[in-house]
Design a protein around this ligand. Structure first.
Ligand code: FES
Length: 115
């Protein structure tokens, strides 16, 4: 039953007006996108209408974020050349380069720091 604040037909969620917020510029598959500073990569891509984010290794089925909290791993993308990054747990940065992850990808191993 709709409440007084949520009338039938009214959207449950609305985008925050970005003209009052600082924004960053990033690219997805070479296309420049703008997103609110502090947003996650997943939120930024969805706000810009991007989907899917990746394809599955076996059937190449398209995938997009599902849980938005780091559990499902459906949001994996390549960020600044590093594959298998969870878009829902990564904050946007100005100049970030994001690519769709196609199938299986090795997980980048960070260089070990010498003790
Ligand atoms: S959307 Fe589920 S882990 Fe990112």
């Amino acid at each position: 039953m709709p409440t007084k604040d949520h009338a039938a037909g009214a959207p449950l969620f609305t985008a925050v007006e970005t003209d009052r917020l600082s924004t960053v510029t990033l690219t997805f598959e070479g296309q420049p996108l703008r997103a609110p500073a502090g947003a996650t990569v997943a939120a930024a891509l969805l706000l810009n209408g991007v989907a899917p984010f990746r394809t599955t290794p076996v059937t190449s089925a398209p995938r997009a974020p599902y849980c938005m909290m780091g559990v499902c791993f459906e949001c994996l993308v390549e960020i600044d050349g590093k594959p298998s990054r969870q878009a829902c747990l990564t904050a946007v940065r100005d100049g970030m380069v994001i690519k769709c992850q196609q199938g299986a990808s090795a997980i980048a191993i960070e260089e070990e720091v010498e003790a």
